[in-house]
Design a protein around this ligand. Sequence first.
Ligand code: ADP
Ligand code: RBF
Ligand code: MG
Length: 419
Amino acid sequence: METRQLSFITPVRLRAKVVHGYGRGSKQLGFPTANLEIRWDADASQLSEEELSVRDFAMSHRTGIYCAFGSVEGPLGGQQVHKVAMSMGWNPTFDDVKAKTIEPWILHHFDEDFYGSHLRLLVLAYVRPEVKFESTEQLKKEIAADGEFCQASLSIPEFAAFQKDPFLTPWEVQKPPAIFASQIVTSAPLKETLQSLPPLQPGFARLFLTRHGETDANEQGFLCGGDHESQLNAQGEKQAEELAQELLRSVDGFAVVGSSEQRRAMGSAELVAQRFPAARRVRVKELHEMKYGDLEGARIADVRSDMISLSQSWRQGSLQERVGGERGESPEDVIKRVLASVRQVLQGEIGQSVLLVCHSWVNKTLIASVTPGLGLHKLLDVPQRNCAVNVLDYSCGEDGEGEFRVLAVDLVAGSRARI
Ligand code: ADP
Ligand code: RBF
Ligand code: MG
């Protein structure tokens, strides 16, 4: 009879694909183990972080039995977190094992195998070393006892919080914290929201600040800023068409339908303008997207880490930091030209509605900077889907320095409205 003892380790999070082992877990022993893929063959530089941490675990931890919490991703996983008894090592009872394995026995009955699915594990404690048993009968007895030991150990209060660790429950969409005050409608259906907006106050103009529809670049994951052109794709045209239809049903009319001079914004604005023939059609050069400098046209996947560190700088208040070097722009560059040109368009439009089709960063900078409690440094927190409409009332003062009041953010039309 083996001795077992619970030794806490620094918790380790692992995610790996379930692969085939020697096929004897269930058949010969009666204990199925979901063998994790370990990339022994590859150079560290070729491995993802997840693959590296799985291999590191096998290289740097003691061989033996561990207890863990685990979950299986995908439809076969049942979206549950289970207790796990896990073996890591050479399986010395057998002499055909060529490389260390990581084999969790999930203490739960599954109706089907889940080879190829991804498994997530939060490994919490070491239980005993692995042993070369004289018979498979003896091994089976000890595995059963390990299962009972892990089952009981994982029920102690010290582990309760780990069972709820968000790493194990990727299906629970982490809801973003509510960043807008409750009276600002956010990410809601367009038509219903527009129909329930408060009436325009005397002396104000109502701005429908809109983002262009989907483009080839959006779809293919390319950066497309103020110095790059991309066309609306078929999906983008459909979005703009739906937008136009719903606006027609819920807005009395527009004095102005404006856009930047970039093709994606002009194309979207044209589709709306066709339904509002009385509106004055204007093009405002300064409403172009943030310029990405050297990063224009780059694949987002290739510059992700640059973009992440840049957005962290912005969040920390370095709002003069530019994208892509000298030729790129910073949030401060964008807000300066955008505020001035939007004010100019709205100035003479008291009592009127104005639609401006712009770009993601243009809209985010404007909304973040005029929303109480936000500020320009929180521009990344502003949601902005393709063809999203944001509603802002503007007090057209004499001096061109009117105030904005944000009423709604990221409203979309049609089928996408249900989110
Ligand atoms: P192999 O040698 O290929 O790992 P096993 O006999 O150990 O074969 O069976 C493991 C497979 O059984 C897992 O990959 C998984 O798809 C399935 N399975 C079903 N129930 C469980 C469970 N409770 N724990 C682990 N794997 C399970
Ligand atoms: N294999 C061993 O050779 N010695 C062990 O002490 C041992 N302990 C295990 C404990 C548990 C909880 C599990 C799930 C497996 C253990 N194994 C051990 C691994 C076992 O040999 C392996 O799962 C099967 O050979 C199927 O791959
Ligand atoms: Mg197995």
